[in-house]
Design a protein around this ligand. Structure first.
Ligand SMILES: [Zn+2]
Length: 281
């Protein structure tokens, strides 16, 4: 099979992204992936992975796995096995920044990790990890640089896609990732604001981290679906989040399509060199 160099990770509204998809479940050293769709987006080969899909199941399953149980390692590794070099992810988030209204699109450029129970590295010193097709797998410990946690090149392309569609988009934002599945308390949100957080969600970490460890580019199209707890007096409901996200999903799909078409063949960012200087000598 031809290499698939572009991957998209997201939820149910993106199932219609890929033209004439082939379906596959991949076995990785970390477990099975959910059903991945591989096909084309206007001539470019793309793989779509439903983040909350049930691992190992070759039929379409909706929001089956809660954030804290997602096998992020199998998901990200599976895409790399296909040859993916760049990942565009989508997710819903709550806003704690008065300038980011519900309905706005945010392209995070930084994150703060408040997850607790997740495995956030491929490099445990025990598992052989295959990153490059022309080199043997590596079994090591690594400390990867995260000065630019989200790929600047991909973020720029996504921003340009938003502008070309006339959509309001925040080109920067600090994404606070919580463990979930409960929403945050007002006290936690107050703390996140003091720390410099702009939006809060449950899925970007460790996805962004694992992608970088495998030298992939990763950027996220985050949709602000609600005010975080305490910012508004209203109670937060999952229903409201899903509702607003699905209202935006057609736009998100269009943004992703345009960004994919604009992706240049060669990567000019530093993501591909993520392991240079990160491995023990
Ligand atoms: Zn990059």
């Amino acid at each position: 099979m031809d290499k698939v160099k572009i991957g998209v990770i997201g939820g149910s509204g993106l199932y219609e992204l890929i033209e004439n998809p082939e379906y596959m479940v991949l076995k990785t050293p970390f477990g099975e992936t959910p059903r991945i769709e591989v096909g084309h987006v206007k001539g470019r080969k793309v793989a779509f992975l439903p983040r909350h899909g049930k691992p190992g199941v070759k039929k379409k399953v909706g929001h089956a796995v809660p954030p804290f149980k997602i096998n992020f390692k199998a998901n990200v590794y599976g895409l790399r096995m296909l040859g993916v070099e760049r990942i565009i992810a989508t997710n819903a988030c709550g806003s704690l920044n008065m300038k980011i209204n519900p309905g706005d699109i945010v392209l995070p450029d930084q994150f703060i990790d408040f997850t607790k129970l997740r495995e956030t590295t491929f490099f445990d010193g025990e598992t052989a990890v295959s990153i490059w097709r022309d080199k043997p797998p590596i079994k090591t410990v690594a400390h990867v640089d995260f000065t630019d946690p989200y790929c600047p090149e991909l973020r720029k392309l996504i921003f340009e896609a938003c502008v070309s569609l006339g959509l309001k988009c925040h080109v920067q934002g600090t994404y606070v990732c919580t463990e979930g599945p409960r929403f945050e308390t007002p006290a936690e949100i107050k703390m996140f604001r003091v720390l410099g957080g702009d939006v809060v969600g449950m899925t970007s970490i460790p996805e962004a981290v694992l992608a970088r460890e495998l030298t992939m580019c990763y950027a996220s199209v985050s949709v602000s679906t609600n005010w975080a707890a305490g910012i508004s007096k209203e109670k937060i409901t999952h229903e409201e989040v899903v509702d607003l996200f699905s209202k935006r999903i057609t736009q998100v799909r269009e943004i992703i399509k345009r960004a994919i078409l604009a992706i240049p063949k060669e990567r000019r960012c530093r993501c591909k060199d993520a392991l240079k200087g990160a491995l023990p000598r």
